[in-house]
Design a protein around this ligand. Structure first.
Ligand code: NAD
Length: 248
C-alpha cells in the first residue's frame, strides 16, 4: 500500500475519532506485544522456550489444568515474569492519555493501568491474582516478579488448588465485566479494535454488537484478522506506531 493511501486511511480514522463522543477501545494481546509480552502465537513460535512443546490453548484451559497443573502454573509464572519486566508502550500511553476512552481488554496484564488508564474492563481476568479452583472465595494477590508455585487452597486444603485468576478457554466471562463491556460497546460511536485476532468468543462478538448498534469500527493490527470484514477503516501496522497519531 502506498504512503498516500496509508495517510488517507489514517486521516479517515482520525476524522471518525474526532467527531465521536463515545470512543471505546477493544484490545487484545497485540496491544502488549511491543512491550515484550508474547501473544499466544509468539509463545508458540518461541523456539528457545520450554513452552514450544505445549499448545497455549491447552495450557489456558480447565482440561490443561486437570492434565498437568504444575505445567499450567509454571507457564503462567513464566508469563507473569514477562509482564513484570514489561513497560507500557506508546499505544498503552496514548490510550491512557485519552481520558474519555473506555478500555475493554482481553488482556490479563496490567499495562494499561500502569500507563495511567483509569477505565479498564478486563474481560478475561487478571494474571496478578490466584483463586481457588473451586471458587470457595479464596483469592490471593501475586507478586508478578516472584510468583508462587502450585499449592493447595488455604481454605480447602488438599481438596482444592490455587489457580491463575484468568478466564480460560471454555469458561464463562465474569458477569460484571461482560455487562459493562456490552454496555460500553452498545453505546459507543467509534470502536477501536486493537491487536486482536478476534477469534476468541464471546469477547470478539462485541465488535459485531457495536457495529449493529451504530458504531463505526476502526481496526488496528499488523495483519488482517477476523475483525477486518467489520472494519470501516483498517490501519495495518504496529499499534505502538499507529495509536499515538490516531489519538493525538
Ligand atoms: P491473539 O494472540 O489471538 O492475537 C494477537 C493479534 O495481535 C494478532 O491478530 C496479531 O496480528 C496482532 N498483533 C501482534 N502484534 C501487534 C502489534 N504490535 N500491533 C498490533 N497488532 C499486533 O490474541 P487475542 O486476540 O487477544 O486472543 C487470545 C487470548 O489470549 C485472549 O483471551 C487473551 O486473554 C490472551 N492473551 C493475553 C495476553 C496479555 O494479557 N498480554 C497475552 C497473550 C494472550
Amino acid at each position: 500500500m502506498t504512503t498516500f493511501v496509508l495517510d488517507q486511511l489514517m486521516a479517515a480514522a482520525q476524522r471518525l475519532v474526532n467527531s465521536a463522543t463515545r470512543v471505546v477501545c477493544f484490545s487484545g494481546a497485540g496491544l502488549s506485544a511491543e512491550s515484550g509480552v508474547p501473544t499466544f502465537r509468539d509463545a508458540q513460535a518461541d523456539g528457545g522456550a520450554l513452552w514450544v512443546k505445549f499448545d497455549p490453548m491447552m495450557l489456558a484451559s480447565p482440561r490443561g489444568f486437570e492434565r498437568d497443573p504444575e505445567a499450567v502454573v509454571e507457564w503462567y509464572n513464566w508469563r507473569r515474569r514477562a509482564v513484570a519486566e514489561a513497560r507500557p508502550n506508546a499505544a498503552h500511553r496514548a490510550l491512557a492519555a485519552a481520558r474519555s476512552i473506555v478500555n475493554v481488554t482481553q488482556n490479563v496484564d496490567d499495562l494499561l493501568e500502569r500507563a495511567g488508564a483509569v477505565d479498564v474492563i478486563h474481560l478475561h481476568g487478571s494474571i496478578a491474582v490466584d483463586h481457588c479452583e473451586h471458587r470457595c472465595g479464596c483469592v490471593e494477590a501475586i507478586d508478578l516478579k516472584n510468583p508462587l508455585p502450585l499449592r493447595p487452597c488455604p481454605n480447602c486444603g488438599p481438596r482444592g488448588r490455587m489457580r491463575p485468576g484468568v478466564v480460560w478457554f471454555g469458561e464463562s466471562l465474569p458477569d460484571d465485566a461482560w455487562m459493562a463491556a456490552e454496555y460500553a460497546c452498545r453505546s459507543s460511536d467509534v470502536l477501536l479494535v486493537v491487536g486482536t485476532s478476534a477469534v476468541v468468543y464471546p469477547a470478539a462478538g462485541l465488535i459485531g454488537l457495536a457495529r449493529m448498534s451504530g458504531a463505526r469500527i476502526i481496526v488496528i493490527n499488523t495483519q488482517s484478522s477476523d475483525a477486518s470484514a467489520l472494519a470501516d477503516v483498517e490501519l495495518i501496522g504496529p499499534a505502538g506506531e499507529i495509536m499515538p497519531g490516531l489519538l493525538s
